[in-house]
Write a new protein. Structure first.
Length: 262
């Protein structure tokens, strides 16, 4: 089986700066792998345990520094990585991002059985990229995947954790899986893992290599944009209670609700 895992580098902070186009300025930030994508890699490793001949390919679109998350994923146990790195990709919304990833899957990686993405990205939290990717590739998609129960070259059986129900379902291969954080133990790479990862291939591609049209990628190919970005103002008030705590607190609550105090 060939398993592609989409990974993203995200800022490890809430102190972000915004460009004139209201996109995040990532230069100078401390970056980490998106936590949901880390579970995506671990899910792929679990599928490989069931199907030992499987190949795991990491796929990421981002600036030069995004190479770090690919190196980390390779040290976890992925076999190779593809890095989409071109200034023409910058400023992409979820539509342009998913189109670019879809072109890389179709024209570069090819013949993929399972594509795994994180359900959310902590810097955007839209949950749109995975389903959009499936649509561009005309593949079935499972969202809110909690665990993989079984997988082969024909079907994947998965447990989904939705807001109002837990469902066990089956999907035909090839397919897209959008995974949640789960109870899998994330592998913590050691120095030997990083040494082995140095011998694994990271293929760097520009816009022309993916086969996507220039006006479909990056800011040009993004029909949606952030109109305004701001940090919410948090207001709190504190009142010190010195003596009869329960009575004073109850009195305050009743006073706020306009109830008669007895």
């Amino acid at each position: 089986m060939k398993i592609a895992v989409c990974v993203k580098q995200v800022p490890d902070t809430n102190d972000v700066k915004w460009s004139e186009q209201n996109t995040i300025i990532r230069e100078g930030l401390i970056n980490i792998i998106n936590p949901y994508d880390e579970y995506g890699i671990q899910t792929a490793l679990e599928i490989k345990k069931i199907n030992p001949d499987s190949e795991i390919i990491l796929l990421s679109m981002g600036p030069v520094c995004a190479k770090e998350v690919l190196e980390y994923g390779l040290s976890m146990g992925a076999d190779r990585a593809v890095h989409l790195c071109d200034k023409k990709f910058s400023g992409a919304d979820t539509i342009a991002t998913s189109k670019t990833l879809a072109c890389a899957v179709k024209n570069v990686i090819k013949d993929v059985d399972i594509i795994i993405t994180g359900q959310f990205a902590i810097d955007g939290d839209t949950a749109q990229t995975g389903p959009c990717l499936a649509q561009h590739l005309n593949l079935p998609v499972l969202t809110y995947v909690k665990n993989i129960l079984d997988a082969d070259d024909k079907n994947v059986v998965a447990k989904l954790d939705r807001e109002d129900e837990i469902v066990t379902t089956e999907v035909t291969v090839p397919c897209v899986l959008c995974v949640l954080k789960n109870n899998l133990k994330i592998k913590n790479p050691n120095i030997e893992d990083y040494i082995k990862a140095q011998n694994k291939k990271i293929e760097v591609l520009n816009l022309e290599d993916t086969g996507i049209e220039c006006d479909e990628a990056g800011l040009k190919g993004s029909p949606t944009f952030v109109q305004r970005a701001f940090r919410p103002e948090i207001k709190r008030w504190v009142r010190k209670v010195k003596y009869n705590y329960a009575k004073e607190i109850l009195s305050d609550i009743r006073e706020e609700n306009g109830e008669e105090i007895r």
